[in-house]
Design a protein around this ligand. Structure first.
Ligand SMILES: Cc1cc2nc3c(=O)[nH]c(=O)nc-3n(C[C@H](O)[C@H](O)[C@H](O)COP(=O)(O)OP(=O)(O)OC[C@H]3O[C@@H](n4cnc5c(N)ncnc54)[C@H](O)[C@@H]3O)c2cc1C
Length: 463
């Protein structure tokens, strides 16, 4: 019997397996797709390098750096070009730069004078963090209606493809919500947090990295590297279909075979985890199956440099009431040098999400017509027929962390305590980004190691 079976070779499952293998455990990872990586995968398409999920990660992503360091990939990290500092919001028929400094904020046309004053008053607005705050309740309380509508709402659609009115502040923005709860103000709390972090990094001799990063060859370099280190201990095209508790461990049915392991980590999306858990832990299955997911269509497209004038920057986001379908567009070829052939500008546009799920399901020709029309309005000139198009669709793209999400996940964890040796990993547990998915992998590996240490080879407690 192997020590651990990890189901799902997304970044969460690969992190779990990598950590356990480093600790000397016998691990097998099974993955239903023909390739590993889940949403963290870089596609070579014609002469382009296209990301299937995240395009970059933040310098502050501590768990990701820890993983890169442990995997010997720190040297592969590449910082985004300084243009990445420029981000835009589409409002009133044009792109407006998101002000990144107090001076620019004062002169920015993005918000009315009254809204700027209201935002600047944030440190003096009484705190009132409630556990059931939606993101809308929270950001309106902290920043006022206009800033919540035209800065925070598009920001939320950029991360969650979500609806500010249904996401929970404590679940979806735990740091921000915690800043208000502890310091009475989000801005004051953020300043204190940054000060403490700077001090900690200095004491630990760690570099405080700012800005955005990717890896040489794209983020798929990471999942590709972790997969190749697993070698024959990773089986692709191998979907788990059921799990059973047996004496001393678990038995998992996968593609006509049965695999036995002393411990089991489910690193699959919530609906898949719920289906696998249905017999073993109905209570955990119920809690997990209630996590809503939204569909997204990601359209990679490219036009030659002379065809349209793109603003220099990271990309733009669109508030929902501005009459466009696109949630936002990134400019990957401006961020990293190796994404598009010379003379081409690569764009990545997101459609669908919580507020317009039907758009993510439109046929390719209708979606492309929207890309062209939306960008004609945003850029003020018709981009024409793209030279390259690649559409990726996700029916269950991003988990939506609603106000009682932390309780639902606590219910699932409590229920799983009655099934010793079974752990969860994945981006739906406590945050939807790649950083939190990696963190969940480290946590699952830690829990599994402790379990294996505490129990003898027969699966019984050794004490
Ligand atoms: C379009 C898009 C854009 C994104 N952009 C960003 C971003 O800019 N920044 C950011 O931080 N995050 C972003 N994310 C989120 C990020 O990609 C995820 O947080 C992360 O990839 C989730 O990793 P995971 O391992 O939890 O899940 P997944 O990547 O979903 O991996 C789960 C794996 O389990 C496999 N599986 C499922 N069922 C079974 C089964 N029965 N048996 C075996 N295997 C199974 C799946 O095939 C999959 O490979 C984005 C996501 C998407 C979809």
């Amino acid at each position: 019997m192997i020590d651990t079976l990890v189901v799902g070779a997304g970044i969460a499952g690969l992190t779990t397996a990598f950590e356990l293998t480093r600790g000397g455990r016998k691990v097998l990872v099974i993955e239903q797709q023909e390739r590993s990586g889940g949403n963290v995968y870089t596609l070579s398409h014609q002469d382009y390098r296209l990301e299937s999920g995240p395009h970059s990660f933040m310098g502050s992503a501590e768990n990701l750096w820890k993983l890169l360091d442990a995997a010997g990939l720190e040297g592969e990290a590449v910082a985004a070009s300084p243009a990445a500092e420029n981000r835009y919001i589409y409002r009133n028929g044009r792109l407006m730069a998101l002000p990144m400094s107090a001076g620019r904020f004062l002169t920015s046309p993005l918000l009315s004078f009254g809204a700027k004053m209201r935002l600047a008053m944030e440190p003096f607005v009484r705190g009132g963090a409630r556990e059931d705050d939606t993101a809308w309740d929270f950001f309106v309380r902290r920043f006022g209606v206009e800033a919540a509508s035209y800065i925070m709402s598009p920001f939320i659609s950029g991360i969650y493809a979500g609806d500010i009115r249904t996401l929970g502040a404590r679940a979806a923005f735990p740091k921000f919500w915690g800043f208000e709860k502890e310091s009475g103000s989000m801005i004051r709390g953020a300043m204190r947090y940054m000060k403490a972090k700077r001090r900690r990094y200095k004491a630990e001799g760690k570099p405080l990295r700012k800005g955005l990063f990717s890896l040489k060859g794209g983020l798929g370099t990471l999942t590709g590297h972790l997969s190749s280190r697993l070698g024959q201990h990773l089986r692709t095209s191998c979907a788990a279909t059921s799990i059973r508790v047996i004496p001393g461990g678990f038995q998992v049915a996968a593609q006509g075979e049965t695999i036995q392991a002393r411990s089991l980590v489910l690193a699959v999306p919530p609906q898949k985890a719920a289906a696998l858990l249905a017999d073993v832990s109905p209570a955990a299955a119920q809690a997990i199956s209630s996590v809503p997911m939204v569909p997204v269509a990601l359209v990679h497209w490219s036009v030659s440099t002379g065809r349209v004038t793109m603003p220099s920057g990271f990309g733009f986001l669109v508030p929902r009431d501005q009459g466009l379908n696109v949630l936002g567009t990134l400019f990957p070829s401006q961020l990293f040098g190796d994404r598009a052939p010379e003379g081409q500008q690569l764009m990545a546009s997101y459609y669908g999400g919580a507020l317009s799920p039907e758009v993510a399901q439109l046929p390719d020709d209708r979606l492309l017509a929207l890309v062209r029309e939306d960008h004609r309005r945003v850029l003020g000139e018709d981009p024409g027929v793209p030279d390259m198009v690649k559409i990726l669709r996700y029916t269950h793209a991003i988990p939506q962390l609603v106000p009682d999400h932390p309780e639902r996940m606590a219910d699932a964890r409590r229920a799983l305590e009655r099934v010793p040796g079974l752990f969860l990993a994945g981006n739906y547990l406590s945050g939807v980004g790649i950083e939190q998915a990696v963190e969940s992998g480290f946590d699952a590996a830690g829990g599994t190691s402790r379990f294996l240490e505490e129990h003898g080879s027969n699966g019984k407690r050794s004490d």
